[in-house]
Ligand binder design. Structure first.
Ligand SMILES: Cc1ncc(COP(=O)(O)O)c(C=O)c1O
Length: 432
């Protein structure tokens, strides 16, 4: 990993991370606005400005906070939400509802009502009951709702099976089966309360190879053609999901967005040319690739346990409660001692969390300078699915989040207090 140091300290977006840890406490999430904006600018330059009728919808599940959604809004991007909570956060951030699209494999009636009341731009249908549900709500509210179908394109992806989603045996999406998908398409075309726009897929996450995306684009275009032939219906929009890989460790070699988007657009444009088909709008839904590398986590090292000839554990003041990904799907990370960032590595240690689970290991066998209690461990690339998956296991508080911009740092999420952890708890009368 490349990083900047000054006076031996890790510098992040012009800020001294040791000073950040002192000022705001640890554990701490630190997000560089500069780095988020750089990713957005790459998307603007190599996708939005390069092609007609294309959009980026940030997958807010990766990092959904009021401040983050402001940054996304300033870029003119759309937003993907998957729950009432993500939708509520977007609305509270004044995100224009028509630029919001709602995903989710089991949206509740209340969530659908909320989405339709706010007037979200699109609902991505992901179950066989949903068209009827949406139509009934829309009828009652005298609205017409734009929908797409999330399909399972059944392509193979080269990523961890826990984060691959495009295969048939998946809880996500509607299989492209004659008896399953086509009756839904027919219904959508015939139902006046819904405006059937097109198809959506998301093949999986943390991908470095464009083959799965390209195969899925081909499958989606075959469907587009079939819909035209069968129903004389023209698809207006295709959504190719997210999943573009990022660098968690030096073993990861992420590709620029254009490595995925250029070939996908080439296939779409060639299809339109060959079939004399009007170009549909093309949307991508990146989450991790916009925020992962912009975020780091800072932890203070406490207990150190050396098992001679076996392993040296150094424990941090957080762990799977603020970053569950290693425990959840063996995600790998790397980091540095923020207060000795220019020192050579002299020992191999295992950085463990403080939660009561043996899988609460943040980084196994990492080379660091000699570690002492009080050192600050900075984990790289924790910007996506770190804060958003944070939890209160062991009643540990969810850390604060700080946003940095060229040397400035401000809290965008306050640290949870102990009172907040128990604020919804009550002792029933019969226990008094
Ligand atoms: C429908 C959908 N879109 C977009 C994403 C974002 O994926 P990533 O963060 O890997 O870009 C996901 C991730 O789960 C998803 O399910």
């Amino acid at each position: 990993m490349e990083f900047e140091t000054k006076n031996g300290h890790l510098i992040w977006d012009g800020c001294d991370t040791v000073a950040l840890a002192e000022k705001f406490g640890t554990p701490l999430y630190v997000f560089s606005q500069t780095m988020i904006e750089e990713k957005c600018q790459e998307l603007q330059r190599d996708f939005v400005e390069k092609y007609d009728k294309v959009r980026v919808a940030f997958a807010s599940k990766a990092f959904s906070t009021l401040a983050m959604l402001k940054i996304i809004q300033q870029q003119g991007f759309s937003l993907d939400v998957v729950s009432d909570g993500e939708l509520y956060t977007a609305i509270k951030a004044d995100f224009p509802a028509e630029q919001i699209e709602m995903n989710g494999n089991n949206k509740s009636i209340e969530e659908l009502e909320m989405a339709i009341d706010y007037g979200v731009g699109r609902i991505i249908v992901d179950s066989l009951q949903e068209v009827d549900l949406i139509a009934a709500i829309a009828k009652e509210k005298q609205k017409v709702v734009n929908i797409l179908f999330r399909i399972t394109p059944e392509v193979n992806v080269t990523t961890h099976s826990f984060i691959s989603t495009g295969q048939k045996d998946s809880k996500f999406g509607i299989p492209i089966d004659e008896e399953i998908l086509f009756p839904q398409i027919k219904k959508a075309i015939d139902t006046p309360e819904v405006n059937f726009l097109g198809f959506h897929f998301h093949v999986g996450s943390q991908l470095f190879d464009n083959q799965a995306h390209l195969a899925a684009v081909g499958i989606a275009l075959d469907l587009v053609k079939m819909v035209k032939e069968r129903y004389n219906y023209v698809i207006e929009e295709l959504n190719f999901g997210g999943g573009f890989g990022v660098r968690y460790t030096d073993a990861d070699q992420p590709k620029p967005f254009s490595y995925f988007t250029d070939p996908m657009m080439k296939v779409v444009l060639a299809f339109c040319e060959k079939e004399s088909y009007p170009q549909p709008a093309v949307v991508i839904e990146p989450g991790r690739s916009i925020v992962a590398e912009a975020g780091i986590s800072l932890h203070t090292i406490g207990a150190i346990k050396e098992l001679p000839g076996l392993r040296k554990y150094v424990s941090i003041d957080g762990g799977m409660t603020d970053n569950i990904r290693p425990g959840l799907y063996q995600a790998e990370y790397t980091g540095v001692l923020a207060n000795q960032a220019d020192q050579p590595a002299t020992e191999t240690v295992t950085v463990s969390g403080k939660a009561c689970e043996s899988t609460d290991i943040l980084v196994k066998d990492i080379q660091l300078p000699k570690v002492e209690a009080g050192d600050i461990f900075a984990t790289f690339s924790t910007g996506a699915y770190g804060y958003s998956m944070a939890n209160n296991y062991n009643k540990l508080a969810i850390p604060a989040v700080v946003l940095t911009k060229a040397g400035k740092a401000e809290v965008i999420v306050k640290r949870q207090s102990l009172d907040q952890i128990i604020q919804n708890e009550v002792i029933p009368d019969f226990l008094q």
